[in-house]
Design a protein around this ligand. Sequence first.
Ligand code: NAG
Ligand code: NAG
Ligand code: NAG
Length: 753
Amino acid sequence: MKYVEICQQAIFLAVTYISLIQADYAPYFYDNAPNSTNGNMAMLSIPEDTPIGSHLYTLNGSDPEGNSVTYDMTFEPGTKHYFAVEPQTGKVTLLEELDREKEDEIEVLVGISDSVNKVVEKVRILVTDANDECPVFINTPYIINVSEDTPSGTSLFKVFAVDKDNGSGGSVTYFLQNTRKNKFSIDRYSGVLRLKSGVNLDFERSTAHFVTVTAKDGGGKLRGKHRICSSSTTVTINVLDIQDTPPMFSGTPYFAYVYEDTKPGSEILNVIAYDGDRGNPNLIHYTIAHGNDGSFDINSTTGAITLLQATELLQKDIYKLLIQASEVNTDVDAQVFMTAMVTIQVVDLNNHGPIFYGVNGPQSQFEITMHEHPPEGEILRGLKITVNDSDQGTNAQFNLRLEGPEGIFRVIPQVVINEAQVTIIVENSAAIDYEMIQVFNFKLLAIESDTPEMFSSTADIIIQLLDTNDNIPKFTSEFYIARIPENSPGGSPVICVTANDADSEIWGDVKYSIYGTGADLFLIHPSTGIIYTQPWAVLDAEVQSRYNFNIKAADVEGKHSLAEVFVTVLDVNDHHPEFNEDILEKVMIIGLPVKVEAKDEDAEEPNNIVDYSIMQADPANVFDIDQATGEIVLKSYIKSLEVIHNITRNKDCKWSLVVQAKDRGSPSFSTTAVVRIDITEEIKSRLNSYILGLRNQPWRIFRICLSMVTFIISLTVIISGLMFWKTVKRSRIHPHSKRRKIVKRPTQRKVAD
Ligand SMILES: *[C@@H]1O[C@H](CO)[C@@H](O)[C@H](O)[C@H]1NC(C)=O
Ligand SMILES: *[C@@H]1O[C@H](CO)[C@@H](O)[C@H](O)[C@H]1NC(C)=O
Ligand SMILES: *[C@@H]1O[C@H](CO)[C@@H](O)[C@H](O)[C@H]1NC(C)=O
């Protein structure tokens, strides 16, 4: 400062000296410059948020001589050059950003000069505040520990935030987010964080809370706009556990078993409990509080329950032990404990297998009698079976099943625990058939399902079946074919039919009967099934050779079936072959045969087949006869009458033959006839024979007449036909007929349309 003043003094002296020499007055800044400051910018105040390059001020001065002045501006060494000045106009602009919080006053040396003299003045410029700073929390992070039993409303902590701005922009107030949900509140001005009144902390529910605190300033201008600045931080509140929760058992409910072979000292079950105050758990001490009669013990530190006595000495089937878990606590007043029930069941070993019982105790065979074909689903009530396994639990569980009658009978239940009534039910009625099986003999099995031993037992079930009339008599065939010789005496057996009824005793008895149109001549024996002819019946193959009728076989209840019987009456050789006449006159033309014929009235071959033979001829060796047809021919060497004349004694041409007709029946019947043969020469004899023939056969005359009449009629028809054709030909050329043809055409067309 001194140095500056000395300098100023020196400069002043120098200037005075120079002005005295040159008689020139120094320039000066106006006093009454705008903004009620001097023209030298003294006491100018600038907001800190003024943008760089802004025109701040105009330096204003003058020279007494009226010379033009120039301005300049210098800064103390080591300080920022905040401003610049235009030498001619004195216009001052901002060069550097201002920050009131760092520098609220700027010292500048402003100069004015008139080329001869220069005046420098030191001025102070004030920097004014803008709301450019935000509140900043001090001493973060905020982590606090609060005991869970802290009373509600207690002050927990004080947060503090600083805003460097002035005035309203620098004042700070505090807020919490989610105030409604929060267990905490904050004092707006002091920043003191409290547990809300009426609210408590609970470590078991929540071990920490995170509270967001916001600090807000009072607001202010920044670059022409109103602005409120805020910032936030989190307060972590760790809740400290205190001994306020009793122990808790894990794995409840507890069940355990003591088996018959469990040795004293064996561990049966391990209970475990944890301190509810997990933040700082205590050790647990276990005791049996109730229910023990000296049979069990518990390890006070591990919670292992052991058996003390031999199982035979245990009085009860089920023990209910009340176990108490207490915290081993240094705090004498807090006696916190929890209890749990342990159920211990004394279980037997699987010593017993299932046993079947009848009405009077254990039984291994059950027997009933019943009718065949009971309805499906019927219960065999006659069997009174129970089954029992005197063990316990799974040891007493077993399956029932039938071995043998799969699909015919069924047993229920299939799974048994301890004891059950055994029911056997009919499943397939058709298979329960007396005709197939009279006695069912099968096994009922009970087998343990869940034990390693798989004890089992069996019982025999015997079911005697009784027959019912469930079968229909059935003929051995759908039809029967019988043959009986004709002329059999009345009452002859024809055929024996049989119908079988599978039922037994009276249900199997069959009664036969006969009916149908062809049955008149027959009867059937009702029990033997033999069919006889009626006593009065005469069968004649030549009258009727075939009969058919129905027969019926019925049982006592009328169940029946039918069959058909076909009876063929066999022919018997009861007829002789017979020639038309005893003496037959025949004319023979040499080279042609004459025929004789005998009829046999029998119905069938061979009884009606006739064989012909020549018994006698005089002279012999002239004729041959066809055995089957009865045609008589001359022997082949006889070719003319001359030969014949030479053979015959009388040289005439007449022969007498004895011809026999014999049937093939057995015994065989035969008959003879005399055939007189007159042999003639060919032509003469032919006419002769023709006339002879005509004389014998009047129908032949009629036939000749008929052929002649036919011929005449045919001839007439042909001639008249020819005549008619001729006249038609001629009438076609006639014009009248032509016109008729033309007229006809349109009608034809119309029809076509
Ligand atoms: C300087 O001050 C004089 C006297 O008060 C005034 O007349 C003039 O207008 C000012 N000049 C500027 C540029 O302000
Ligand atoms: C409890 O069990 C532990 C661990 O097996 C054993 O060391 C301790 O002796 C037992 N306490 C009693 C009283 O039997
Ligand atoms: C018939 O008999 C006579 C005398 O016995 C014989 O001469 C003649 O040749 C015979 N005729 C024929 C055709 O055999």
